[in-house]
Design a protein around this ligand. Structure first.
Ligand code: ADP
Length: 490
């Protein structure tokens, strides 16, 4: 079935026998990779078994302790990570095509955002191995007859479990710091979008990573669960739904595994009366509609100071109508379809319930292409804080709007959520922006800008949006165990 026609130029699928190669176990079962733009299956993906999981974890455990990896000079590890980045950079067109094909996102977006962003992360963390030093210290309660110091040991075998919205980027958020720290990693991409993971593994092999240091396993949630609960896996780095994150947290209890969980969001966008609306309107629209709303920290709840409410609603609705919905291979497309028929049905049902409850959309809403799982971007107005669409993550291009009168009310509305991932704020009042940044219960606040996650800054959620932080120097707390050493000198 492995055909990429009719809309795509011929390019080779990545080597998916890697799965069998790493474990020396044949693959006997496959599942279909479906193009969200057509609903057609276009590739057969190996369906791993728990025996594959067991063999792969053993291989990762062996690689962790092998001197080729464990005793590698930090500078050599940096060079290896940079060599991998060079290969990824040279491979940008193909990686972008695989990502667009898998997810349905516009090819131009995968080229401009997905691959370059993954590279930014890899290059940033490629410079870390030589800087991951421990410290030496005098003992607090003893005379100075001791040499006391800390080492930072790799936490062990890491399971990286990722979703389908930014497959390569979110894989690299985990792979780059984990490998920089000297861990070994098994990546389980979402079954909807596995191709870029295989290609990353192929390029890592070409770069010269020792066998077993980085492997890919594909399957559904049961394979993720088998991996996350394997006793030899010491850390799980997960991005996905809150419900699955809770299961992973529960499964971590027997072995007290280290976890980072980057989960759902319902992030507020707050537009104050004095904001520059020429920027706030298109950027608030983009904060919600980008990647067809399939972004964990998308700004999906819009709060606008009452005097500007109608103007902002009309501006964003007009922006929504101008977005060009279309398939990934068409370079004029701005928004692709949702990821799957199942997700499309879930989003449609939620919107139908909102409309049945009398919540009105700022119309008209554009019509969508005939084939593919498209959802037109839209904005609902005067949405009560109790409404399902105001409380639950939709993961589609849907904005819910409510007016506010003063900053205290905006903060109360914004914080009235089970989630606490991100917040976007537009204001030209310096003290107002700092007050909002201080009082919003979220992991990241973006003022007069949107969706600015960066490898230099920690990223993660408060409340049900997650546990721990990825990115920044802070991420190494998740991949390195401090070890204290005390040597008596007399
Ligand atoms: P979504 O509902 O958006 O697909 P999920 O959180 O279910 O989000 O999926 C994110 C990733 O977690 C995918 O790779 C999926 O296969 C995996 N997954 C699903 N269920 C489990 C589980 N119980 N344990 C570990 N991983 C899982």
């Amino acid at each position: 079935m492995n055909s990429l026609k009719p809309h795509w130029p011929a390019f080779a699928l990545p080597d998916m026998t890697l799965l069998a190669g790493t474990t020396a176990l044949p693959v006997s079962d496959y599942f279909a990779d479906i193009d969200p733009c057509t609903g057609q299956a276009f590739a057969d993906i190996p369906a791993a078994t728990t025996e594959h999981v067991n063999r792969m974890v053993e291989a990762a455990h062996t690689a962790l302790h092998h001197p080729d990896w464990r005793a590698m000079a930090p500078l050599h590890r940096e060079k290896l990570l940079h060599r991998w980045a060079d290969l990824i950079e040279q491979d940008l067109p193909r990686l972008a095509a695989l990502e667009a094909r898998d997810t349905g996102k516009p090819l131009s977006l995968a080229e401009a955002v997905d691959v370059p962003t993954a590279l930014n992360w890899l290059r940033t963390y490629a410079g870390w191995p030589t800087k991951l030093a421990g410290k030496s210290t005098a003992l607090a309660g003893c005379p100075d007859h001791f040499h006391a110091y800390t080492r930072r040991e790799p936490v062990g075998v890491v399971a990286a479990i990722t979703p389908w919205n930014f497959p390569m980027v979110l894989a690299m958020w985990k792979l780059a710091p984990a490998l920089a720290a000297g861990c070994t990693v098994i990546l389980k991409p979402a079954p909807e979008s596995p191709l870029s993971a295989f290609r990353l593994a192929e390029l890592a092999r070409q770069a010269g990573f020792p066998p077993g240091v980085f492997a890919v396993i594909t399957g559904a949630g049961d394979i993720g669960a088998a991996l996350a609960s394997h006793p030899r896996v010491r850390k799980v780095a997960f991005t996905g739904s809150t419900a699955t994150g809770q299961k992973i947290l529960q499964a971590s209890i027997p072995d007290l595994k280290r976890l980072t969980l980057e989960l759902g969001g319902k992030s507020p966008s707050i537009i104050c009366a004095d904001a520059n609306l020429e920027r706030a309107i298109p950027e608030a629209a983009m904060a919600c509609f980008f990647n067809s709303g399939q972004v964990c920290y998308a700004g999906t709840r819009l709060y606008v100071q009452r005097s500007r409410y109608e103007q902002v609603l009309e501006g964003i609705a007009s922006h929504a109508r101008q977005q060009r919905l279309g398939p990934s291979w068409d370079r004029s497309s701005q928004l692709g379809p949702l990821i799957s028929a199942q997700h499309h049905a879930k989003v449609s049902a939620m919107l139908a319930r909102a409309e049945a409850a009398g919540i009105s959309v700022v119309g008209p809403v554009q019509t969508v292409p005939d084939t593919g799982y498209y959802c037109a971007p839209r904005i609902y107005r005067d949405v009560p804080a109790t409404a399902e669409i105001a409380r639950e993550e939709i993961f589609g291009p849907v904005l819910v709007a409510t007016p506010f009168d003063d900053i205290d009310e905006a903060i109360a509305l914004a914080n009235d959520s089970d989630f606490g991932l991100g917040a976007h704020v537009w204001s030209n009042n310096l003290s107002e922006t700092h007050e909002l940044a201080r009082r919003l219960d979220v992991g990241s606040v973006f003022v007069n800008c949107v969706l600015m996650a960066d490898p230099a800054l920690p990223f993660g959620g408060m409340k049900r949006s997650g546990l721990g932080r990825e990115n920044g120097a802070e991420v190494f707390a998740a991949y390195l165990e401090p070890k204290s050493v005390v040597i008596g000198l007399r």
